[in-house]
Design a protein around this ligand. Structure first.
Ligand code: 7MF
Ligand code: ZN
Length: 881
């Protein structure tokens, strides 16, 4: 399977570019099969690397899947011996230090199924250039440290009335043959990955924002006519994000126009192209009738994320792709804080921590494990990972925790001031944080270079005679591929101490009740004085560091923390630990072939949570949610999929039956039938209401299924409708479930986003997502293998959310995924490489599963020439590289 083009790139080999591009003038003559791209570049030798009296090095232009038509220098056609087309690009011999280069190429957007570069989505032209897609448009130094001022002219038939690119529209005319010709200029120098072009028959909604300095910015959201009623929430979110970035970071928007375009075919969530963000439709369009609360909150977060990139990413960008977390970690931290300010802070934190613990920790322990700043890669698009994004955001959060709010802001101000208009490194970010505050983050930097999840083991001691309490913390990080020896990290451990009544104890003479311990050694002891009786520690509050924490809490202590901890995150965490402990005990019983015992302590804990009407209902809903099968699988090696599924179902049903009356009472109290709003308090009530409904249906009482049926038929908003449908499908009689699913499809078949929800509901269902059904969904008329959202809903939904069916004993789930990955690699390598993830974790399973998964991976490997994307993941997972 060895791919001749798959070679490894190393950070240590970084070299500044030989040439700079001051101006980039592009003209697109759009045609589905033969788009003509003319690129005029003002090129000059990079003075930072030039030496006197040198022979000029060749100019390297990246290019892939391009048909080269002509090359000229300073207006003269270049003879063929002056340039050479090679795999991956074009090398030009250069005879002057500054020149104008013109390159003409032809491309076929219609045939582009990779969704990188210029392609068509439902007849609309659009682009995706990050990380290395611009080279599929024209020959260019496609690297983020080459920043240029772009002018873009688009010529298209009048059937494409909307022609967009970055910056300001400076010209618009009709050509003699009746075509439209529009020119855009972006006054800010940018790397090619931020280039964007859109052309189509689009409608838009418009609004405006007045910046802190009083400038008016025009805001436009473009979409196909049928979706124009689904733009309001994204527009409101954008305005909130613009205000928040001014208030919290002092960052004002810099152009007079900001545009968002929704497209149906998109590999990722969205893209921060300068002044022209492009979004996956599912991440921007919403109405109460069609979108769930989760979708509303996701849209708010992603609109903010892309907007925040205007400063953290665009004005200050990355020197090279090893620095990806510089913009992504920082921007994810910014969008998380924004969401926390707009909604419930504790709930946002809980959701992010669940993602880290289930998926990022698994990545850190798997064959693709890498540091926040990777040292090497074969295919950069494989490194848009949870480690770079989420762990990267945790690293920024730890700097925030260590320095404090105001010092962090001083650091961020200095960072933007110092590096505005530049392409910089993670190191530059840390240095700005240090310089603005005379802080020392020397040891802290290891978080960027060391992979793996640290484990903290905490023990404590109390001396009544001295009134002295001490915490001893040991840290170690397990080995990861290519990194065997790990050094101690600088870890902020936020703590509090509770007395017997649950009140917080003062931790020192200043009387503060919470503090951040700086753990820097492999083992360290922290001592507290004046403690009158043995306290209960509340550790790692708010998840102050991305680590696994071990302390031998008893069930009684966890129940106590659930009730009394002043940190709402740690109350939830105590509840999760209680659930994890119960499920682990059940697993031991299951694996020993013993009868399963009712998880009474857990039920007791849940009862207390349900009875506490003073708690935020959203927090209650989170506390009552059992850890997912995926999260349980992350807990230990030698995973037994059948045991995980069995004990989770057993515990869920036991809880449902024991607390049925309480669930019903809360369901009734929360079923208020108010008109829908996506306000945090309303979302909170719906989430607890639907958690109760799910447990009620799990308990199997016919009256509960009637409740779900009524809620489904009322169809008041998609959150309630989808939750009721999911409960009916999972717990109702089979023939009826079919009918409900069919009714739902009939009602919503015109709505792309709802159909995606409908697909996902089935593929992720333990009961209804059997392989045969999932295969049938793939030949459903609404399925489109070229649309990543559909593939994610059906195939990834099955492989990543349907633990029961995916791990079927005959290995058919693994084989199915292997078949899909092989087929998709021919169409869309990025999606194929992401889809294969569940198979890469084969070493974690017990022999039965692991052997079958490895065979499926090997079959992919032997299936012929793989894309470099898929090759990297598969070969690293099989341990060949
Ligand atoms: C919120 O980071 C968090 C993460 C790259 C594409 C969007 O802005 C982005 C792009 C990938 C994975 C996750 C996200 C994005 C991408 C994302 C979006 C919103 N620069 Br790949
Ligand atoms: Zn981003």
């Amino acid at each position: 399977m060895k791919d001749s083009q798959a070679r490894t790139i190393y950070l240590k080999d970084y070299q500044a570019p030989d040439y700079l591009v001051d101006r980039t003038d592009l003209t697109f003559d759009l045609d589905p099969h033969a788009t003509l791209v003319t690129s005029r570049l003002k090129v000059r030798r990079n003075p930072a690397v030039a030496r006197a009296e040198e022979t000029l090095p060749p100019l390297w232009l990246d290019g892939s899947d391009l048909e080269l038509l002509s090359v000229s220098v300073d207006g003269e056609l270049l003879p063929a011996q002056r340039y050479q087309e090679k795999p991956g690009g074009l090398a030009l011999s250069v005879d002057r230090a500054a020149f104008e280069l013109e390159v003409q190429t032809r491309i076929a957007p219609e045939a582009n199924t990779s969704l990188e570069g210029l392609y068509l989505s439902n007849g609309m032209y659009c682009t995706q250039c990050e990380a290395e897609g611009f080279r599929k448009i024209t020959f260019y130094p496609d690297r983020p440290d080459v920043m240029s001022i772009f002018t873009t002219t688009i010529v298209a038939p009048a059937t494409y009335p909307v022609l967009l690119s970055n910056g300001n529209r400076i010209d618009s005319t009709t050509t003699e043959d009746g075509r439209l010709r529009v020119t855009w200029e972006d006054p800010f120098a940018k790397p090619s990955y931020l280039f964007a072009l859109v052309a189509g028959d689009l409608q838009h909604v418009e609004d405006h924002f007045t910046t802190c300095s009083g400038r008016t910015v025009k805001l436009q959201l473009f979409t196909e006519a049928r979706n124009i009623g689904k733009c309001a929430h994204a527009m409101a979110s954008l305005k909130h994000a613009m205000r928040w970035d001014e208030e919290v970071y002092g960052r004002e928007y810099d152009l007079d126009i900001f545009m968002i375009v929704a497209v149906d075919h998109f590999n990722m969530g969205a893209m921060e192209n300068k002044g022209l963000n492009i979004f996956n439709s599912a991440c921007v369009l919403a109405s109460p009738e069609t979108a769930t609360d989760a979708a509303f909150q996701r849209i708010e977060a992603i609109v903010a994320h892309e907007y925040f990139h205007n400063w953290s990413g665009n004005r200050v960008t990355c020197r090279d792709w090893f620095q990806l977390s510089l913009k992504e970690g920082f921007t994810v931290f910014r969008d998380a804080e924004f969401s926390a300010d707009m909604n419930s802070r504790a709930v946002k934190r809980i959701e992010d921590v669940i993602l880290l613990r289930t998926s990022q920790f698994a990545e850190d322990a798997g064959p693709m494990s890498h540091p926040v700043r990777p040292d090497s890669y074969m295919e950069i698009s494989n490194f848009y990972t949870l480690t770079v994004y989420e762990k990267g955001a945790e690293v920024v959060r730890m700097i925030h925790t260590l320095l404090g709010e105001e010092a962090f802001r001083r650091g961020s101000d200095l960072y933007f001031e110092r590096h505005d208009g530049c392409a910089v490194t993670c190191e530059d970010f840390v240095v700005a944080m240090e310089d603005a505050n005379s802080a020392d983050l020397k040891q802290f930097r290891r978080w960027y270079s060391q992979a793996g999840t640290p484990v903290l083991e905490v023990t404590d001691a109390y001396s009544e005679a001295n009134g002295e309490y001490s915490l001893t913390i040991r840290q170690h990080t397990p080995a990861t591929p290519g990194q065997n020896d790990k050094l101690p990290l600088h870890i902020p451990v936020k703590i509090g101490l509770l007395d017997e009544s649950g009140s917080p104890l003062p931790l020192d003479a200043s009387g503060r009740e919470e503090m951040v311990l700086h753990l820097t050694e492999a083992e360290q002891t922290f001592t507290f004085n004046g403690i009158a009786s043995r306290p209960l520690p509340s550790l790692l509050r708010g998840f102050s560091a991305p680590v696994k924490l071990r302390y031998g809490y008893s069930s009684a202590q966890l129940q106590f923390l659930m009730r009394h901890d002043s940190d709402p995150f740690n109350r939830w965490d105590a509840c999760q630990r209680l659930a994890l402990d119960s499920l682990c005990k059940l697993q031991q019983q299951y694996r020993a072939g013993a009868a399963l015992e009712s998880p009474d302590t857990l039920i007791e804990g849940f009862a207390a949570v349900l009875d506490d009407v003073t708690l935020d209902p959203a927090l209650v809903a989170k506390m009552l949610s059992l850890p997912s099968a995926q999260e349980l699988a992350e807990q230990e090696g030698d995973i037994d999929a059948a045991a995980i599924i069995a004990v989770r179902v057993f515990a869920r049903d036991a809880i449902a039956k024991a607390l049925e009356a309480r669930f019903l009472a809360r369901y009734r109290a929360l079923d208020r039938r108010k008109p829908y709003t996506p306000a945090a308090e309303d979302i909170a009530e719906r989430s607890l209401k639907n958690t109760c409904l799910t447990y009620l249906c799990a308990a199997g009482n016919a009256d509960s299924l009637t409740l779900a049926k009524t809620q489904f038929e009322r169809g008041e908003n998609m959150t309630d409708t989808a939750a009721a449908l999911a409960a009916l499908v999972e717990f109702g009689p089979e023939e009826q479930s079919e009918n409900f699913l069919e009714t739902f499809y009939q009602q919503w078949q015109q709505d792309t986003q709802v159909v995606e929800t409908w697909f996902g509901l089935q593929s992720g269902s333990a009961k209804f997502g059997a392989l045969e059904r999932v295969q049938k969904l793939m030949s459903h008329p609404a399925f489109d293998v070229k649309n990543p959202n559909k593939v994610r809903a059906v195939v990834a939904g099955f492989a990543m959310r349907n633990f029961t069916q995916f791990h079927r004993e005959d290995g058919s789930g693994y084989n199915f995924l292997a078949d899909q990955v092989i087929a998709l690699d021919k169409l869309n390598p990025q999606i194929a490489a992401r889809l294969v993830t569940p198979l890469t974790r084969w070493r974690k399973y017990r022999a039965e599963e692991s052997g079958q998964i490895r065979v499926a991976l090997q079959r992919i490997s032997d299936s012929g020439k793989l894309s470099s994307d898929l090759y990297e993941v598969v070969s690293k997972s099989l341990g060949q590289d």
